[in-house]
Unconditional design. Structure first.
Length: 92
């Protein structure tokens, strides 16, 4: 779903931090990937990379970012290969 307003954020390979100081850190791990991406004939719409950018565009707290990424991954499909940590100055 579209939102009326999005927030500015810094991006590298993943979303890093937005203007509300919601910060995301990525660490590659040996995750069990449960869904393949649409590009690989799977059902998952979002990668971790895309989920972090959506969270930073839409959230002002770490709690919101975790919930948004989880909801989008659960309902629209997500595929993973990394561990993602989220913080908002002590909220992690």
């Amino acid at each position: 779903p579209q939102v009326a307003h999005t927030f500015a954020y810094t991006y590298a390979a993943y979303g890093i931090m937005n203007e509300h100081k919601v910060a995301i850190g990525e660490s590659t791990c040996s995750a069990r990937i449960a869904a393949a991406s649409l590009a690989n004939n799977g059902t998952a719409l979002f990668s971790n990379q895309e989920l972090t950018m959506l969270a930073l565009e839409r959230c002002t707290t770490a709690r919101c970012a975790v919930k948004l990424m989880g909801d989008f991954a659960e309902h629209l499909g997500g595929f993973y290969g990394e561990d993602v940590g989220v913080d908002t100055g002590g909220e992690a």
